[in-house]
Design a protein around this ligand. Structure first.
Ligand SMILES: [Zn+2]
Length: 324
């Protein structure tokens, strides 16, 4: 029952929750918020809430005085979040989480839920297996943003003066350690790109994972110190990796600034190589059957028989996912 005229009704709350299957809409969180009570067999525990995109009360985060009470309590003005993320978006008077960001979270979460429901495979709750042999590429500002959503981001402002990650020398090693730690903590809810294209529907905005053979194209030369690599806005001329999936070509266009090491530069110019990574689908071009993915990070898979890793996963009760 609404307690104030601008509060969501019980129906709106239930709809917001069910439209994302009770999973937090923050793409960096994606925590389940509905589960069984541990002590009472006939009870559920709900740890999420319907959060206001624009505040219900004057002076609240993102308050819009031009909204009517009906608009404030409408389903369009809400999104489903876990308790921690609901608190997070209102910190600093909501300045860090503007309306556009929250609307994008909501759209992406609902799209991901639709894809998870449509897909026959059980990828829905699979956390991203962060085991990989090395990091070749990491878009630090984007990764820092994702981490911040979970409360363990890192300050990426020092990168303002950095032309190429490659220039950082010893600092880069330290940075790669933090990113590796961050990736282990972040549970990416990513859809394998192979499954995404099989669904035969638009999945722009979805987070996808990939681990397969790619062709490399326009891999840049190792830059000299302080040299910035010009990037063409035409993807055909820009550095990218690509692969064919059925009628689709998956094109992962990357910004050379975030290539990590000299070895990584060589990998991106190898012609043909196995890559593993996570990215956001930027665009699906139906006419030319192109799927453009903007990468968060790219690495290479761990060797197939990593006994230490297998033991670690077994200890953690995580089943090995598609090790080839
Ligand atoms: Zn959350």
């Amino acid at each position: 029952m609404p307690t104030r005229p601008d509060d969501f009704s019980a129906t709106v709350i239930r709809l917001l929750r069910d439209r994302v299957n009770g999973i937090c809409s923050n793409p960096g969180c994606r925590r389940a918020t509905v589960g069984p009570s541990g002590s009472k067999p006939d009870k559920v525990v709900i740890t999420g809430e319907a959060a206001h995109i624009k505040a219900a009360q004057p002076g609240g985060p993102r308050y819009d005085e031009n909204q009517s009470p009906e608009e404030r309590r409408s389903i369009e003005n809400g999104l489903w979040l876990c308790g921690a993320c609901a608190d997070l978006i209102d910190k600093n008077d909501g300045a860090d989480y503007p309306v556009e960001v929250l609307v994008a979270w909501k759209e992406q979460a609902e799209k991901a839920t639709r894809l998870a429901q449509a897909s026959p495979a059980d990828h829905g709750e699979r956390p991203w297996d962060s085991g990989f042999g090395g990091i070749s590429y990491m878009n630090i500002p984007r990764l820092a943003m994702w981490g911040a959503g979970q409360g363990f981001g890192f300050d990426a402002s020092f990168l303002a003066d950095v032309t190429n990650l490659h220039d950082m020398g010893f600092d880069l090693t330290r940075l790669m350690w933090s990113v590796e730690k961050l990736l282990k903590q972040l549970s990416f809810q990513a859809l394998p790109v192979e499954q995404a294209v099989e669904l035969g529907q638009d999945f722009t905005g979805a987070t996808v994972s990939f681990e397969r053979q790619f062709f490399t194209k326009n891999g840049p030369q190792i830059p000299s110190r302080g040299q910035s690599v010009p990037v063409s806005s035409d993807w055909k001329k820009a550095p990218h990796i690509h692969c064919k999936l059925g009628k689709w070509r998956v094109v992962v266009v990357y910004d050379p600034r975030w290539i990590t090491t000299s070895t990584a530069y060589v990998e991106f110019a190898a012609g043909n190589r196995r890559f593993k990574g996570i990215g956001i689908v930027k665009e699906m071009n139906e006419r030319d059957h192109l799927v453009f993915v903007s990468p968060l990070f790219i690495g290479f898979p761990k060797p197939a028989f990593d006994l230490f890793e297998i033991q670690r996963l077994a200890n953690a009760g995580i089943r090995q996912y598609k090790m080839e």
